[in-house]
Design a protein around this ligand. Structure first.
Ligand code: ATP
Ligand code: MG
Length: 401
């Protein structure tokens, strides 16, 4: 007997009380987008469960897709059985026979969310367990460490049988916690930061600073590919805002003492990102900063750079070691793209010895000699916004999030 549906258990959604409906809707949307290439599959969602009805689609492929969706705690291939003891006995026997290999042990784990069913959990245990033992020679019970755990869930509409529990990606459905702007460079860190923010339920739009001719089309392509990869993870399009940054970098280079150029560059980037954020109605900015990793990421640097805005800056990697960040980049397949050689707009102008303890008063003073505000305004006006579609998606899904 083959399973005909997949039962999905929610992660932290279930603890969200009043917001639950919104969370379930977002998760449903994620699942729907991810399973777009399985047109016959159908999703049934209730407040504490979701089912993907296979309707003849390939269950193994669908399981692979479900493993990457945020907001899913775990899931199980399952079958639906009529609420009647005889039907339950026969289906349980057929189901266990299909999964059982000679010499294996089993146990029954009953759960009754509907107490009106004629057998209680103990009764289910004894009736079904006994029936299985009678009919499958060699089958043995092991309640501590069984090879096969037959879960029997009695619900109001039907009984569901499952025996495999596959861990999901955890986290919260993308978009369920609002939207933030991801400052995306071509490096290793920022795509990982974006991934972690998405895992926590944030929808993201990416912002990239580009300085032609000092940085080439190839490095822009790299950021487009990184964005595409992030989009694939949750099966949707992501907006990528490309900011022309050459004039500002040159002005900084001419006006600011060399050891403060890095600090000032970061301040300008943050101010521009904040302007775009406001226009796009997002409520936070995400960066790939990790404490102490480079000169611009000391606490003094962050304090001085952060002065230009009071928008929340989310730094998912702030306490992580580089080796752990690289591990995640490898797992989510962004590492290979990040490792392609490219010219970062910041490495071009990188000072020989950037200040590791920049001061607010100093940078304010240095910046006061140029009209950076108009330069920034020009850059904002010239932003190019791309809608990046993952490879296996169609544009009809463009505006779903
Ligand atoms: P990454 O690997 O993400 O580039 P990094 O270790 O190289 O990080 P920095 O170059 O100091 O660190 O950048 C710190 C953060 O500033 C980045 O994680 C990213 O969020 C943002 N950032 C840097 N350069 C750019 C850029 N060209 N466009 C957009 N954001 C940028
Ligand atoms: Mg970088």
């Amino acid at each position: 007997m083959n399973y005909d549906r997949i039962l999905i258990r929610y992660g932290e959604i279930s603890t969200k009380g009043r917001n639950r409906h919104k969370f379930v809707e977002k998760l449903k949307k994620s699942v729907k987008l991810t399973l777009a290439s399985f047109p016959n599959s159908k999703i049934e969602a209730s407040r504490d469960r979701m089912y993907v009805l296979l309707n003849g689609e390939n269950g193994t492929e669908i399981i692979e897709k479900l493993k990457h969706i945020f907001g899913i705690q775990s899931f199980s291939p399952a079958i639906k059985v009529e609420r009647n003891v005889e039907a339950l006995k026969e289906s349980a026997l057929e189901f266990v026979r299909a999964h059982y290999k000679d010499g294996q042990t089993f146990k029954v784990t009953p759960k009754r969310s509907d107490k009106t069913f004629e057998l209680d959990t103990d009764g289910i245990n004894r009736t079904i367990g006994g029936y299985l033992l009678q009919n499958i020679p060699g089958l043995r019970v092991d309640v501590k460490n069984p090879d096969l755990n037959l879960r029997i869930e009695v619900r109001e509409d039907a009984i569901y049988l499952s025996c495999e529990n596959i861990p999901g990606a955890g986290g919260m459905p993308v978009g369920s916690n609002g939207k933030a702007m991801l400052m995306l460079s071509g490096g290793i860190d920022s795509p990982v930061a974006g991934y972690m923010a998405m895992k926590r339920g944030l929808e993201i739009e990416a912002v990239h600073f580009f300085s032609p001719p000092f940085t080439s089309e190839r490095s822009k392509e790299k950021v487009v590919d990184l964005t595409k990869k992030l989009g694939e993870i949750y099966g949707s399009t992501i907006k990528l805002h490309i900011v022309p940054f050459t004039d500002i970098q040159q002005a900084i280079h001419e006006q600011i003492p060399e050891n403060y150029t890095m600090t000032s560059t970061r301040r300008m980037m943050l101010r521009i990102t904040d302007r775009i954020r406001m226009k796009q109605e997002a409520l936070a900015i995400i960066t790939g900063e990790s404490l102490g990793q480079v000169a611009s990421q000391t606490l003094e640097s962050m304090y001085t750079i952060n002065e230009v805005t009071n928008t929340p800056i989310l730094r998912p990697l702030i306490t992580m070691d580089k080796t752990d960040i690289i591990k995640i980049a490898d797992e989510i397949d962004t590492l290979e793209i990040s490792n392609r050689p490219f010219e970062d707009c910041c490495t071009i102008f990188v000072p020989a010895s950037p200040k590791t303890k920049p001061r607010r008063e100093k940078v304010q003073y240095y910046e006061s000699f140029s009209d950076f505000t108009s330069l920034m305004e020009e850059a904002v006006q010239a932003v190019e916004t791309l809608v990046i579609t993952p490879e296996d998606q169609h544009s009809e899904f463009d505006s779903l999030f």
